[in-house]
Design a protein around this ligand. Structure first.
Ligand SMILES: NC(=O)c1ccc[n+]([C@@H]2O[C@H](COP(=O)([O-])OP(=O)(O)OC[C@H]3O[C@@H](n4cnc5c(N)ncnc54)[C@H](OP(=O)(O)O)[C@@H]3O)[C@@H](O)[C@H]2O)c1
Length: 267
């Protein structure tokens, strides 16, 4: 089993790496992990090796850098072969308001990381995954979107737009890859307890712990789900969100809390 996960230095990505290791310990498994904070990746690597006897390759990089991502993919493929599962989990979230000139940079960074980051992650792996799929190996691309991409959330224009783009992009990719037997799974999480949501000072319905979420994400991946919302209760909310008319959406969102705006340069 070969798995490659971006955004593995914290939150959902880290929980996915741990859950994959738990399920496949001592099983000739290799997990590649990527993110910018190399010390977090090193800690996770030690945990995977000492606790689960899992071989782990680390790639400190920024998913905005397509060359760095291509180098990481080339290294992984050369040493271990094409991944069976490639999870593009790296992402950022912050409040943005169009009226603030300084938020333009935040809009750009969020779109770059959450949308182009997916393309940079998948592109350099596809040829080798296609060849592996032809040999009968499992080959699956997984993108982490969000329920926030289903309708525009006030105060989160950049994040909602990026996740809406991610959902559509992943759908295009799924249809494109079908003839090559490469499955594409889109996961749209609701609220998961991670550093990303720790700063939210409002009520988060159906908030789920990252380790619990990771088991459900991997179950969905193993079942080759095309599009799934986790937790399931949020799936019903998402269905409702999709179908209510704009005037009702405006009314429902009138007093919705806004995500905190941050200095763009932390992105
Ligand atoms: N938590 C939720 O409720 C929730 C809900 C819906 C969707 N999601 C999505 O789930 C994914 C993971 O989020 P999380 O909740 O686990 O948040 P998190 O704990 O903040 O993790 C985000 C991960 O993405 C990585 N990352 C961010 N920018 C990056 C960049 N430019 N290059 C490489 N890696 C980058 C971070 O690592 P470095 O900082 O070390 O680079 C970190 O590992 C995101 O795509 C997020 O949008 C989360």
């Amino acid at each position: 089993m070969k798995v490659f996960i971006t955004g593995a230095s914290s939150g959902i990505g880290e929980a996915l790496a741990l859950e994959y290791a738990k399920r496949h310990s001592n099983n000739n498994t290799i997990i590649g992990i990527a993110a910018r904070r190399s010390e977090h990746l090193q800690n996770l690597q030690s945990t995977l090796q000492s606790r689960y006897n899992i071989q782990c390759a680390i790639y400190p990089l920024d998913v905005r850098d397509s060359h760095a991502m291509a180098n990481a993919a080339a290294d992984f493929i050369q040493h271990y072969g094409a991944p069976n599962v490639l999870v593009a989990c790296a992402g950022v979230s912050c409040g943005t308001l169009t009226e603030h000139v300084e938020d333009i940079a935040a809009f750009k960074a969020v779109m770059d990381i959450n949308v182009l980051g997916l393309v940079h992650t998948f592109q350099p792996f596809i040829a080798s995954m296609r060849a592996a799929a032809k040999q009968g190996e499992n080959a699956q691309l997984v993108g982490i979107a969000s329920v926030a991409g289903i309708r525009g959330l006030p105060g989160a224009g950049a994040y909602s737009a990026s996740k809406a783009a991610a959902i559509s992009y992943l759908e295009s990719l799924r249809v494109e890859m079908a003839a090559d037997n490469i499955a594409v799974t889109t996961i749209a999480p609701g609220y998961i307890r991670t550093p990303m949501t720790a700063i939210n000072q409002y009520k988060m319905p159906f908030l789920m712990d990252a380790d619990v979420a990771a088991t459900k994400f991997i179950n969905a991946i193993e079942h080759k789900r095309r599009f799934v919302v986790i937790p399931w209760q949020m799936g019903w909310v998402a269905r409702l969100m999709r179908f209510i008319p704009p005037f009702l959406w405006d009314f429902a969102m009138k007093k919705a809390p806004h995500k905190k705006r941050l200095d763009w340069d932390w992105l």
